[in-house]
Design a protein. Structure first.
Lengths: 428, 188, 325
């Protein structure tokens, strides 16, 4: 592998520096580095970040290759500046055995756009009744350390307690999809003023908050750590803040769409806004931004959930839940957190790379941009503003809520261990 | 029927006393032609035809010393140009108690122009009953017929050009009685 | 008026009064020997019913036929829909047959809105009830019934329901009738009070333009009309109320309660009634109960709506349009 000199990039948004990549490693960081024998990337005015890490991606393979595959999903990830994605377990078959997780892991390796770290199911078939072979998945080639029934809540308190206890043996973490099932029967959107008017089944905030409250107490009781997926309400923020103040080992993620969109959009009955957890209110959005800024919420995770066109081009009740997010995540974070002054670029690097890599134990990712570190890097043109055009997505699906919306920022280059996966906005 | 607002340059062709006189004449003609008018029913076409019908009914009562049944016939839903405009608000159809079967119906309207309103009125009447005969009384006949329809009683024949408008104003609706002839406003 | 009728909230006061006034004229057609108008001759209307509702479908069908429209009835049962065809494909198939308007009843809230706004079809869409969202022609026929009873058929022309006190009782949470009525009655100037056990009122109701009460007895003496909503017995199993008996004791309308209403006040019900649950036979059969009138008025209202949406080259105008020169 040859040398690459990234010239004049604002590393983590700081002073312009040159970064020299040699092979898979960052060789040197400093001013006025020699370009001799190196391919030069002019990066003046752009921001250089460690490659982004997404702890919550649905790659859909195996089983729903009509909406996404490991190949298309990792290409979308590279487009969005990601060098690692954690692939959720709700595939067909479910990733609840060593065999399935190894298959996904191997596909990611073969395609080479982005590291793919499979997440194992907590319970067999995501059914919430019987623990899956968590240890076998940990010991597999995929080395699974994150377990989640995402899409479904591990609602049985005893099963959740056992899972939290069991993964301690190998330092795993359970990522909970917090949704009390009885309180969300027939739920279609956030329960409140808008649902009352639209006559759509209400999805109360308390259905999320009650599970989070229970699980942080369980984690405390058994001395384990717990990760909360896509936290979406102001009340959830309060519970996590309280738990952290008590020293409970809880981490939490927020999705880009919950940082930007509210349930007012559901008035269009356009299922592109149908997502789990549902879009909440303006008050929740503001609380989530604040919590991400002050560290109560640790990371941004996309919950990239591709669906074929026909699953969204229908009435609300019939539509699938979820939004694609890998290719717009950084732009939404810039819009909601950076351009609002809540977070600087170093903070973005922390929430979108460093912390998610730590939670998921993604070795070699989320590292500082300094000599000797793996060259997993993302270069962002932060001055760019443009309309979101789903037709240009690398993802196989187009179910974005941002079509036609103007957003800032554009990832121009992504390097995975020194190999460019994205150059001038084009996949290699 | 022209319903444009009166133009500043519109000139009156009939004033209040003229209108009263021609309505009296029409009433006499009806009595004469209907041989006493015992089975006459007057049906005015909204809006102004209804007021004219009532006035003629009053005059018939004076002449014959009998009450003459008088009602209204809304033709909106029978118009042949429905699909060319937004739907219009409906007006009242009020058929006198004894109906129109076997009677002599005199339709009353303010202006006879293309004849399409009267065609619609004949259709509307078809759904209500079967008169012995139908006649037509109008205050003004301005010509330019597009259908084979003619009036039996005409207040005033008014030769006009298609570039002109005829506007009837009646005290009941407009505060005064007059017929105005004006230029059509420029196309909008 | 807007091009489609999706929600009672889309109607302005003038739109609503125009519809009621038009319905008053339509009602008179029912008294004629020939109960038919040529107005929609050559227009094709499909009644697209994904939910069983014989009475609403028949009411629309009668209205359409009285206006001489060509009527196609499409029921989802036994059709391609039960074989998995989507709403979009069904609608496009029907439009390909030259349909001018779609009257749609659907179990999913928002389905008519989607049909009207997704670019799937060009036809005019009339909502005949969607999920727990809206049922605008029901609200219109209710308002029409109130205006006739409380003001009078002729005296009511041009009038709204300013200052009339309307009480709606029952399962508001699951009721599209309640939502449509609150919107329309508010637009028409009436004062609405919803009465229900707290379990049958939606979270978020505080922004609705109406009062909310848990106590039926205190609102009855202050009501010009009391509308009883159907309460399905199955709700009991989902713990919305303990027993049928307790529900009807606290929220049912019987003869004693009816006696507390002002003398002029009427009892309404959108049907079908569950006798013995929300209403006793004594009340249902009394001459203060307008259930049968509501059915007749439904045809007149639907004729008015179809005429005003389809009778011309565009929907009826109730406000002066700004002239474009």
């Amino acid at each position: 592998m040859s040398k690459i000199l990234i010239r004049g990039a604002k590393v983590l948004g700081g002073e312009p520096q040159d970064v020299l990549i040699d092979g898979g490693t960052i060789a040197e960081v400093g001013a006025g580095l020699s370009a001799e024998g190196a391919e030069v990337v002019e990066a003046e005015g752009k921001v250089l970040l460690p490659g982004l890490v997404d702890l919550h991606t649905h790659l859909r393979e195996p089983g729903r290759e009509d909406s996404e595959t490991v190949l298309t999903g990792t290409r979308a990830a590279a487009s969005g500046g990601y060098t690692t994605v954690f692939a959720m377990a709700n595939t067909f078959p479910v990733a609840d055995t060593a065999g399935v997780v190894e298959q996904v892991w191997r596909l990611g390796k073969e395609h080479g756009y982005c590291d793919v770290q499979p997440i194992g199911a907590v319970t067999v078939g995501l059914e919430g009744r019987k623990l899956a072979e968590l240890g076998a998945m940990y010991e597999s080639a995929a080395g699974v350390t994150v377990f989640s029934d995402d899409g479904k809540c591990v609602h049985d308190a005893v099963i959740m307690r056992r899972a939290l206890e069991y993964v301690k043996a190998f330092g795993g973490v359970v990522a909970q999809h917090a949704q009390e099932p009885r309180l969300t029967e027939g739920a279609e959107m956030n329960e409140g003023v808008v649902s009352a008017e639209l006559g759509l089944g209400g999805w109360p905030a308390v259905a999320e908050e009650s599970i989070i409250a229970r699980d942080v107490l369980l984690a405390e009781h058994v001395g384990s750590r717990v990760h909360i997926c896509h936290l979406s309400t102001a009340g959830s923020v309060e519970i996590v803040r309280w738990a952290k103040s008590r020293g409970i080992a809880v981490t939490a993620e927020v999705t880009p769409h919950h940082l930007l969109l509210t349930d007012e959009l559901v008035r269009t009955y356009n299922p592109v806004y149908k997502v789990n957890p549902p879009l909440r209110t303006e008050r929740d959005v503001m609380a989530l931004r604040e919590a991400l800024a002050d560290g109560t919420i640790d990371i941004v995770a996309t919950d990239h959930a591709p669906h074929p066109h026909e699953d969204k081009d229908c009435e609300w009740a019939a539509a699938a839940m979820g939004m694609v997010g890998l290719e717009t995540a950084l732009s939404v974070v810039q819009e909601t957190m950076v351009d609002t002054g809540l977070l600087d670029w170093a903070g973005v690097a922390d929430r979108m790379s460093v912390k998610p890599a730590q939670i998921g134990q993604a070795t070699g990712h989320g590292r500082p941009v300094s000599a000797g570190e793996p060259a997993n890097l993302t270069l962002v043109d932060t001055a760019y503003r443009g309309l979101v055009e789903p037709a240009g997505f690398a993802s196989r699906s187009r179910n974005t809520p941002y079509e036609g919306r103007e957003l800032p920022g554009r990832v121009t280059h992504t390097w995975l261990r020194g190999k460019a996966t994205l150059v001038d906005g084009k996949l290699t | 029927m022209d319903t444009h607002d009166s133009q500043s340059d519109a000139r009156p062709v009939l004033e209040g006393p003229d209108i009263a006189r021609v309505l009296t004449r029409i009433a006499h003609e009806i009595v004469e032609r209907a041989k006493g008018a015992d089975d006459v029913v007057l049906l005015g076409i909204p809006t102004r035809g209804v007021f004219l019908a009532r006035r003629i009914a009053d005059k018939l009562e004076q002449i014959t010393e009998r009450k003459v049944p008088c009602g209204s016939l809304d033709i909106t839903m029978y118009r042949d140009d429905l699909r060319m405009h937004p739907p219009r608000a409906l007006a009242r159809t009020e058929i006198p108690g004894d109906g129109i079967d076997g009677r002599l119906v005199v339709l009353v309207d303010d202006v006879l122009f293309s004849g399409r309103t009267i065609r619609a009125a004949l259709d509307a009447m078809n759904d209500i009953g079967r008169p012995r005969a139908v006649q037509l009384a109008v205050l003004v006949d301005r010509g330019h017929r597009e259908l084979p329809i003619r009036a039996d009683y005409v207040g005033k024949n008014l030769p006009t050009s298609l570039r002109e408008t005829v506007k009837v104003q009646l005290a009941e609706e407009d505060g005064r009685d007059t017929v105005l002839l004006g230029a059509k406003p420029a196309a909008q | 008026m807007q091009r489609h009728l999706i929600s009672a909230a889309d109607l302005t006061r003038d739109d609503a009064v125009l519809i009621l006034d038009t319905a008053e004229e339509m009602a008179r057609v029912a008294d004629r020997p020939i109960k038919k108008l040529p107005t929609l001759r050559g227009r094709t209307i499909v009644n697209l019913f994904f939910e069983d509702s014989t009475r609403t479908r028949i009411s629309f069908e009668a209205a359409e036929k009285r206006l001489s429209a060509d009527v196609i009835n499409f029921s989802a049962k036994g059709s391609s829909v039960s074989k998995g065809e989507s709403l979009k494909d069904t609608a496009q198939t029907l439009e390909a047959m030259g349909v001018d308007a779609v009257v749609i009843r659907h179990g999913a809230s928002g389905a008519p809105y989607r049909l009207a706004n997704s670019g799937w079809i060009d036809a005019v869409v009339v909502n005949a009830g969607d999920g727990t969202h809206q049922h605008p022609t029901q609200a219109l026929l209710d308002a029409f019934t109130m205006r006739r009873r409380l003001i009078g058929p002729d005296a009511g022309i041009g009038q709204d329901l300013d200052g009339k006190r309307i009480t709606i009782v029952g399962d508001v949470l699951h009721s599209r009738v309640a939502r449509s009525n609150v919107d329309l009655l508010h637009t028409l100037g009436a004062e609405v009070t919803l009465v229900a056990p707290p379990t049958l009122l939606p979270v978020g109701i505080e922004t609705w333009p109406c009062e909310v009460s848990y106590d039926l007895d205190s609102t009855l003496p202050k009501s010009d009309a009391v509308m009883m909503l159907r309460v399905q017995r199955e709700r009991m199993n989902a713990a919305f109320f303990p027993t049928e008996r307790e529900y009807s004791r606290r929220y049912g309308l019987d003869g004693d309660r009816m006696a507390r209403m002002p003398e002029h006040a009427v009892v309404m019900h959108p049907g079908p009634m569950v006798r013995g649950m929300e209403i006793t036979a004594e009340v249902a059969d009394s001459d203060r109960c307008t259930v049968v009138e509501q059915v007749a008025n439904g045809v007149s209202i639907r004729m008015a709506v179809l005429y005003l949406l389809l009778g011309g080259n565009e929907p009826a105008v109730t406000h002066p349009r700004t002239e474009e020169k």
